[in-house]
Design a protein around this ligand. Structure first.
Ligand SMILES: Cc1ncc(COP(=O)(O)O)c(C=O)c1O
Length: 449
């Protein structure tokens, strides 16, 4: 028996290794441009992994949509199928002990056991890494699973983590209520207050966390400053860029270590799946991937197929989300019943200048408050809207509307809501891809009903 043979019960090692992307069509570039920078290199392989002449893509840089349609996929798929087959296998067979030994000795890259990776997962991960301009991407069963997977991997008892306080409340809750049980200390500082962040850093601090823009206040974080604070203190940085997406914001190009997305939102884009993705350098993600193989927070191939399908229209959808978000924010800003609009693309937003400098577009999420209205009057406006549906979540083709008070923050005390900046008269709308004029006409009638 070879000395390095594992005695793991159902599987011998984790199939995904550093070189796994060599089986994929497109390599991510990690370019330093501030524009989305699709990949330029392709290494076409036929289904058994050997180079195939017909897989060659045209030379030169490819556009964002070209990449979201083709990156990560084998050009010639089984049976000539143009779409990716859905691999339903939970385990992958070896034709002989010799074949198994080639795999466990690291001489051959291939699938082994579903919890460690699947062909559908490799393909979508490579597509997402390419779109993000990152070396690598790891998919999870949800955005929360992705953040939990990263923090569980990088933090030890006694370590500390510093959050900007407008970060997704479940991420902060996981740290405050659960990581604390393992001896990890969470500190929160006001969003965008870098002096407070510096002051909160101690020799035990291992990670700085922010969202940009934040939800629901749409505050943008100056990524240059965020990265500078991390580097000066030798602390890793994580940006949750769910609301921005790689189309609108390029955190890796600023030097952010980890970029997180709830792929449930714009990346999937159709309100029909949950998934999360973590992007970063191959080296730093290797132990994180290894832990995911133990945690088992993975996607079924059916889910991954939906995500891959959704990504094909990513750029087209984002263009419409950006157009709708901007038009609706401007409409609301000018409407006499509206008190305040939170949208990165309008000048009155306190962090508009930061957003304008680092974002390509400002997304589909718009938050606003109703002038002199109590919670009941505000909910009447929500109920009067005919196109957006009342639901949590964002980033799908269908517009959604909600009053944070009676959705995510219903069980908070008034003091907690004040602390989180959630007003009784606040409405959050996720603009879908419906026609702009229809959405505006609908909001107008709801506001004026
Ligand atoms: C900004 C942000 N990050 C992370 C998450 C968590 O993602 P998921 O619901 O896919 O677990 C959400 C969900 O709403 C979110 O809005």
């Amino acid at each position: 028996m070879p000395t390095n043979m594992s005695i793991d019960s159902e599987a011998t090692s984790q199939g995904r290794t550093k070189d796994a992307d060599s089986q994929l069509n497109v390599e991510p570039t990690g370019s330093s441009s501030t524009e989305p920078s699709p990949s330029t290199e392709h290494s076409g392989n036929d289904p058994d992994g050997t180079p195939a002449a017909q897989d060659a893509h045209p030379p030169g840089p490819l556009g964002f949509s070209t990449q979201s349609v083709h990156a990560g996929e084998r050009r010639q798929k089984p049976e000539g199928s143009i779409t990716s087959p859905i691999f339903t296998a939970s385990t992958y067979t070896f034709e002989s002990t010799d074949a198994l030994l080639r795999f466990v000795d690291g001489l051959e890259q291939r699938e082994e056991y579903g919890r460690y990776g699947t062909p559908n997962e490799r393909s979508v991960e490579a597509k997402l890494a390419g779109l993000e301009g990152a070396e690598d991407a790891i998919l999870y069963s949800s955005g929360m699973a992705a953040i939990v997977g990263l923090l569980m991997c990088r933090l030890n008892a006694g370590d500390e983590i510093v959050f900007f306080d407008q970060c997704y409340h479940r991420s902060r809750e996981f740290c405050a209520k659960h990581l604390s049980r393992f001896g990890v200390v969470t500190r929160q500082v006001p969003t965008g207050d870098f002096a407070a962040m510096e002051a909160a850093i101690t020799p035990q601090t291992k990670m700085l966390v922010s969202e940009s823009p934040t939800n629901p206040h749409l505050t943008s974080i100056d990524l240059e400053k965020f990265v500078a604070v991390g580097k000066a203190n030798e602390v890793e940085t994580l940006i949750d860029a769910t609301l921005a997406t790689p189309f609108n914001l390029r955190p890796i190009e600023y030097g952010v270590d980890y970029v997180l997305h709830s792929a449930t939102k714009y990346l999937g884009g159709h309100n029909d799946l949950l998934a999360g993705v973590l992007c970063g350098s191959r080296e730093s993600l290797e132990p994180v991937r290894s832990l995911r193989g133990i945690l088992g927070s993975i996607n079924s191939s059916h889910n991954l197929y939906l995500l891959e399908r959704g990504l094909k229209t990513f750029e087209l959808r984002m263009q419409r989300h950006n157009e709708n978000g901007q038009a609706i924010a401007e409409f609301l800003d000018a409407h006499p019943r509206v008190d305040r609009v939170y949208y990165p693309g309008i000048k009155s937003h306190p962090s508009h200048d930061i957003a304008a400098a680092q974002m390509r577009g400002f997304g589909g999420l718009v938050t606003f408050t109703i002038k002199d209205a109590d919670w009941k009057e505000t909910s009447r406006i929500v109920d009067a809207a005919r196109i957006p549906r009342i639901a949590p979540s964002l980033g799908g083709v269908e517009s959604l509307i909600e009053q944070p008070l009676v959705m995510s923050y219903y069980h908070c005390t008034p003091e907690e809501r004040k602390q989180f900046g959630i007003d009784d008269n606040m409405i959050r709308m996720s603009c879908g891809i419906e026609n702009t004029a229809d959405l505006i006409a609908d909001l107008k009638q709801a506001l004026e009903a």
